[in-house]
Design a protein around this ligand. Structure first.
Ligand code: 6GU
Length: 231
């Protein structure tokens, strides 16, 4: 899979992309990840990429010229990628969106900074606008890293056998969160590993794990729905 990252802050990606999982996937050719600096498409001695909003208001907007030129330059190399704009107003990322993106042969991730993009960027490019949640980040770079991490682990071969063999579980069409898991020691500060996990009865273990996952998912959803804050 090929991923192009369009950003004003290429250095934010260095440690991330060279890390163990992605570094190995890139070295083996499973992932072809390239970074393009939007500023390389700016004009004038100042290489200006942002300006104040017409009508007033705080902050700076990314100008349409350098952004659209940058995307069009990247998209000339065939096959053109599925264009994703990282923006807090986009559709919310979840695992089904991640799966959708992982089925694309190539994605182009356009990262915004400042207060956002001039509206004509979206009008011109019609990107798939994605947000990673209802909170404000300083830019799309961290959101792009979230997408890359989540998508890369679905690319066949990126994860080892042990990890990729794991099946997601569902209940009534809903994805279940992982139930509790235990490793050695069998007792820690008076807390014991549940007997069922030591029983060797695989059918009973599977049933117990599913039950625990259902309960944990229900508890989590109750917390999310009531929007309980940190006590
Ligand atoms: Cl994609 N960008 C920014 N700036 N903030 C966000 C976001 C994206 N997703 C959630 N918050």
């Amino acid at each position: 899979m090929r991923i192009d990252i369009l950003t004003l802050f290429p250095e934010m990606f260095t440690g991330f992309l060279d890390g163990s999982l992605l570094g190995a996937a890139r070295a083996s050719g499973l992932l072809d990840i390239r970074i393009v600096n939007i500023r390389d498409f700016a004009e004038g001695v100042h290489r200006q990429v942002d300006d104040r909003p017409f009508g007033g208001g705080p902050g700076m907007l990314l100008m349409p010229g350098p952004v659209v030129d940058c995307v069009e330059s990247v998209q000339t190399s065939a096959p053109a990628g599925h264009l994703v704009m990282l923006t807090p107003g986009g559709r919310r990322l979840d695992q089904s969106v991640v799966e959708e993106l992982s089925r694309q042969g190539r994605i182009v991730l356009l990262c915004g900074r400042y207060e956002g993009f001039d509206e004509r960027v979206s009008e011109t490019l019609q990107p798939d606008e994605i947000s990673i949640g209802d909170y404000v980040l300083s830019g799309g770079e961290v959101a792009a890293m979230v997408i890359i991490d989540a998508v890369a682990r679905l690319v066949p071969g990126v994860l080892g056998d042990e990890e990729s063999a794991r099946q997601d579980s569902f209940s009534g069409g809903e994805r279940l969160v992982e139930g509790p898991q235990y490793t050695r020691p069998r007792e820690f500060r008076g807390l014991h590993v549940p007997d069922v996990l030591l029983s060797g009865d695989h059918a009973r273990i599977a049933k117990w794990r599913h039950q625990q996952a259902v309960e944990k998912t229900q508890r989590r959803n109750q917390v999310n729905h009531s929007q309980r804050s940190i006590p």
